[in-house]
Unconditional design. Structure first.
Length: 324
């Protein structure tokens, strides 16, 4: 006897642990801001805070899309390349005279198509997520460079480029985009049956299938969301830097994964949230910002990020051993 999909539920969340972990992340972020306020003279300047929020906002949206995939025990290595590629597509469309709204819509639909391609490769071709998304990463970089002939495409549409530089109620518009994405994402992940299905697939794919969950459809959905979020970041990046460049966002996929993991998402699947990756992204943005202000070699920023990932994944493994 099978159970109707609507009856599927994710493993009961450990609310107290999740709340404590979230408060710990917020405390760490607050500590970093206070510390940098003491050791640097320019951290608390309006210009620096605005730049930090703008940079952290794009990483946060990428990390949130990545989280949907990681919850299903997958990975998406292509998000940085999607950002660069879609910035090129958007710039090319605007240069061709396509209205801004239509260019943005087409760009987002390209993100949907890329995510669907990833789902097809995993579900129908049986390719590991690592391989299909790595192949896309390489291919999109190459296609973007072919389109631009290794150069960049300038964006001269001032209303579009001014958006990323503008503030609303004293807060950068890019940060408002995080809220715009985070609210429906929270409803989807934590309050809808589709979110429960993501956790169920990540916990035990075969058990979810036997319980009536359309596992293949959920996998498609996760990768479509991840790629679409990346395409949205491509739009925001193009607005911020006013160019389309295929080499932009190099390494951002690692920033997205790191932000998600720092925020408590388990690389083994079935554990994740909306708020964790967002806070994790701003923790990384703060570390990078502080390192720049302190004139720390940029290579140390990558080392610190790598060490954070090792420590958090190690403790995640310990947790899984104690609570199999």
């Amino acid at each position: 006897m099978t159970v109707a999909p609507t009856e599927i539920a994710a493993p009961p969340p450990r609310r107290k642990v999740n709340i404590l972990f979230g408060l710990t992340l917020i405390g760490l972020l607050a500590f970093l801001w206070i510390l940098l306020g003491f050791v640097t003279a320019s951290f608390w300047t309006p210009l620096n805070i605005s730049n930090l929020l703008r940079q952290g906002a794009m990483t946060a949206i990428l990390a949130l899309g990545q989280t949907f995939v990681i919850i299903t025990a997958g990975i998406d290595l292509s998000v940085g390349a999607i950002v660069g590629f879609t910035s090129v597509i958007l710039a090319w469309l605007l240069q061709a005279g396509v209205p801004v709204w239509a260019a943005i819509l087409i760009t987002l639909l390209i993100g949907v198509a890329i995510g669907a391609f990833h789902g097809f490769g995993i579900v129908k071709m049986g390719l590991p997520p690592f391989i299909i998304t790595l192949a896309t990463l390489t291919s999109l970089r190459g296609i973007g460079l072919l389109i631009t002939n290794g150069s960049t495409i300038n964006i001269v549409n001032e209303p579009f480029t001014n958006f990323a530089r503008a503030d609303f109620l004293g807060v950068p518009s890019l940060f408002w985009m995080v809220i715009l994405v985070a609210v429906p994402s929270y409803v989807f992940l934590h309050l809808s049956r589709w979110g429960r299905y993501l956790f169920a697939v990540g916990s035990n794919r075969e058990a979810a299938r036997l319980s009536g969950v359309r596992v293949n459809g959920i996998i498609y959905l996760a990768y479509i969301l991840s790629a679409t979020f990346a395409a949205f970041v491509g739009v925001l990046l193009a607005s911020r830097i006013a160019i389309g460049n295929a080499t932009q966002a190099d390494g951002w996929e690692l920033q997205a994964i790191a932000s998600s993991v720092i925020g408590g998402t388990s690389l083994f699947g079935a554990v994740g949230s909306v708020h964790g990756p967002l806070i994790g992204a701003f923790i990384l943005a703060t570390i990078n910002n502080g390192a720049n202000l302190l004139n720390v070699n940029s290579f140390w920023q990558r080392i610190i990020t790598g060490l954070l990932i090792i420590v958090i994944v190690y403790f995640d493994q310990l947790r899984r051993r104690r609570n199999p």
